[in-house]
Design a protein around this ligand. Structure first.
Ligand code: NDP
Length: 285
C-alpha cells in the first residue's frame, strides 16, 4: 500500500436542530475536498438534556472543533473551557475551536458580516441603524462596535430585547447606542449612514416587507440584509431602486464558514469554493 493513504479522518461537528436543511455541511465538505483535506463535518441532533454528554464525547473522540446553532448557542458556553472576546460579549457561541487541548467558543456570525461589510465600506466612525435585536443583530452590533462604529440605533418591536442590546453596546463598547421601539412604519434617521436588517423578515419570502418608510432610504445609504434565502429581499430591491449601495446575506454566511474553516484547519479556504457550493444548494442544482 502506498504510504500516503490516511484512513483516519480529522473531524468537526455541528450541534443543532433541523440540520438536514443546513447547507453549511455541504459547503465545508466541498472546501475540505478542494483543499485535499481528509476531514469530515458531521452533524448531530439530540435532545437538549444531552448537551453535556455530547460535548464530552467530542473531547473523548478528538474532534478539532465544530459549529453549534439553535438551540445550543448559549447553553454550550458552560461546557467549554473559554471564550473569544466577541463571544464573551455576545454571550453566544456558534463555533468551537480546539486550541492547545482546550475547547474555546467563538462567534463568527458578526465577523462574517463585518468581512462582507469591509468589502464595500469601512466600519470605523459609521452611524448605524440596526433593525432587530435577536441573535444575528446582537452579533452584528458587537462586531460593528468593536470595529469602531460611532453609534448604533437599535430598532426592535420587543422593547426588553432592544433595550438589553442597547445597554450591552453602550456599557461594554466605545460606541454610542440608543433604542427606538418599533411601532408602525419606521423612518430612517437622516443622520444614519448604514441600515442593517437583522430581523427574520424576508426569510423564505421575497415579497415580505420590513415595516419601513421606504421614502426615508436615501441614495447615499448603505443597506445590508442578513437574509440568505432569497438573497435579494424586498428591502434590498427597494434600496437598490433608490440608488443605495446594498449588501446581501450570502457573503455573511459564506464568510462565517470560511472563518471557521481557518480556525480549525489553519488554512485560508480559497474564496469562491464555499460560495459556489451554497449557490448550488440554493438553486437546487
Ligand atoms: P432571532 O429569533 O434571534 O431574532 C429575530 C429578530 O427578528 C428579532 O429582533 C425579532 O423582533 C425580529 N422580527 C421577527 N419578525 C419580525 C417582524 N415581523 N417585524 C419586525 N421584527 C421582526 O433570530 P436570529 O437573529 O437568529 O436570525 C434573524 C435572521 O437572520 C434569520 O432570518 C436568520 O436566518 C438570519 N441569519 C443570517 C445569517 C447569515 O449568515 N446571513 C446568520 C444568522 C442569522 P422581536 O424581538 O421584536 O420579536
Amino acid at each position: 500500500m502506498a504510504t500516503d493513504w490516511n484512513f483516519l479522518q480529522e473531524l468537526v461537528f455541528n450541534f443543532g436542530h433541523q440540520l438536514a436543511t443546513n447547507p453549511t455541511q455541504y459547503m465545508m465538505e466541498q472546501a475540505f475536498a478542494h483543499h485535499g483535506l481528509n476531514w469530515r463535518y458531521v452533524q448531530f441532533e439530540f435532545t437538549e438534556d444531552k448537551l453535556a454528554d455530547a460535548v464530552q464525547a467530542m473531547r473523548v473522540l478528538g474532534f478539532r472543533g465544530g459549529n453549534c446553532t439553535i438551540p445550543y448557542k448559549v447553553a454550550i458556553i458552560s461546557h467549554l473551557d473559554g471564550l473569544g472576546e466577541s463571544a464573551a460579549l455576545m454571550e453566544a457561541v456558534n463555533c468551537v475551536v480546539l486550541r492547545e487541548g482546550q475547547l474555546i467558543g467563538e462567534n463568527t456570525d458578526g465577523k462574517g458580516f463585518l468581512q462582507s461589510f469591509r468589502g464595500v465600506a469601512e466600519p470605523a466612525g459609521k452611524r448605524v441603524t440596526l433593525l432587530g435585536a435577536g441573535g444575528a443583530a446582537r452579533a452584528i452590533a458587537v462586531e460593528l462596535a468593536l470595529a469602531g462604529a460611532a453609534s448604533l440605533t437599535i430598532v426592535n418591536r420587543d422593547a426588553q430585547r432592544g433595550e438589553a442590546l442597547t445597554r450591552l453596546i453602550a456599557d461594554r463598547t466605545a460606541a454610542r447606542a440608543n433604542f427606538v421601539p418599533w411601532d408602525g412604519q419606521y423612518a430612517v434617521d437622516p443622520d444614519t449612514e448604514v441600515l442593517v436588517n437583522a430581523t427574520s423578515v424576508g426569510m423564505n419570502d421575497a415579497t415580505a416587507e420590513v415595516a419601513l418608510a421606504y421614502d426615508s432610504l436615501r441614495a447615499d445609504l448603505l443597506v445590508a440584509d442578513v437574509i440568505v434565502d432569497p438573497p435579494q429581499t424586498a428591502l434590498l430591491r427597494a434600496a437598490a431602486e433608490r440608488g443605495c449601495t446594498t449588501l446581501d446575506g450570502l457573503g455573511m454566511v459564506v464568510n462565517q464558514a470560511q472563518i471557521a474553516f481557518g480556525y480549525w484547519t489553519g488554512i485560508e479556504a480559497q474564496p469562491g469554493v464555499m460560495r459556489d457550493a451554497l449557490q448550488q444548494v440554493l438553486q437546487g442544482e
